[in-house]
Write a protein that binds this ligand. Structure first.
Ligand code: MEV
Length: 322
């Protein structure tokens, strides 16, 4: 028996940081994410392989359980996989290969996609086909257990897919959008520390409440206008709003020289809009390229780890192969 599952990663199109201060944001599930392949075995061994980090391990089921003990210091991507496996009982072992076709720790929701895709595959093997609500809930619990805190954005995007508007009360709703959103993602391969960056913005807000407050209000207007632009398919406006959002993210101090270099490089070669995505301080930029996408991709990939993607209308999916 073989089970294949896929869960998408995500980018934040608008509203990172301001969302922490109760302003709306827009997130997009992307058609790159995590592929999980589970093959049944006739013994009690569970073999876990994660090629992107050269990881492979064999563990034994005892009384149908793995009971893998996490090292609370390490917080690595395999923790998410073992947390999922620990939730279930199994009659027989299995081989699990987790292929991550994204950058790790770069704001693309890789850990959520790992949890969600693994939950889908492993739960089917254990005899349950969990519904999406349960998957999103359990994946978020795992994120909270390992990371200490987590917004529901990443796990919801990986589970449900689509383009999502997150309102000031953190309610998530799908944006109706019937065009493609061709994006290029480039990674400067320097990690930003989300917790520290969120804290640095909070300190700035305390120091300059009016100025930073007005910037958050402008970001709110951007996300609100962007929702309408997406619904209308107004690509020029989407691009303009991304560029304005990038300027404001710079103003609150989460941009870097490397991110700026990628952002301007993308615009120089024809991107309609480019900005950092996620917490900043490093990590990735996104470039919106309804035109010139080959040129922008080619130029960015000369200097940076880069991939092309589009929105994924679908969330987690699985296929059973005999
Ligand atoms: C990080 O990907 C996005 C932030 O807005 C933090 C958060 O929403 O939890 C910076």
């Amino acid at each position: 028996m073989k089970i294949k599952a896929f869960a998408p990663g995500k980018i934040i199109l608008f509203g990172e940081h301001s969302v922490v201060h109760k302003k709306p944001a827009i997130a997009v599930a992307i058609n790159r994410g995590v592929h999980v392949e589970l093959t049944s075995r006739n013994d009690n061994i569970v073999q876990v392989t994660v090629p992107i980090i050269d990881y492979s391990a064999e563990l034994e089921l005892v009384d149908k359980k793995l009971n893998f003990k996490l090292d609370s210091q390490k917080k690595i991507i395999t923790d998410y996989i073992y947390e999922v496996i620990n939730l279930f009982e199994f009659d027989k072992g299995f081989n699990l290969t987790v292929n991550i076709e994204m950058y790790l720790g770069a704001g693309l929701g890789s850990s959520a996609a790992v949890s969600v895709a693994t939950l889908k595959a492993v739960s089917i093997y254990a005899g349950f086909d969990l519904d999406k609500k349960t998957i999103a809930h359990k994946a978020r619990e795992i994120e909270i257990k390992i990371q200490g805190a987590a917004s529901p954005i990443d796990t919801s995007m990986s589970t449900y897919g689509g383009i999502i508007f997150i309102d000031e009360n953190f309610e998530l709703s799908r944006i109706n959008f019937d065009m493609q959103l061709p994006l290029i993602v480039s990674n400067c391969e320097i990690s930003g520390n989300t917790g520290k960056l969120v804290e640095s913005v909070r300190i700035k807000y305390e120091k300059y409440p009016k100025i930073i407050g007005n910037i958050f209000t402008a970001m709110e207007q951007i996300a609100t206008d962007a929702k309408k632009a997406l619904e209308k398919g107004d690509s020029k406006k989407i691009g303009h709003l991304m560029n304005i959002n990038q300027g404001l993210l710079d103003a609150i101090g989460v941009n870097t020289v490397e991110l700026s270099d990628m952002v301007y490089e993308a615009r120089k070669y024809g991107s309609l809009g480019s900005k950092l995505t996620g917490s900043g301080g490093g990590g990735c930029i996104i470039a919106y390229c309804p035109e010139n996408s080959d040129e922008v991709y080619e130029q960015l990939s000369k200097k940076y780890a880069t991939f092309k993607c589009e929105q994924s209308d679908y969330g987690v999916q699985a296929k059973l192969i005999d």
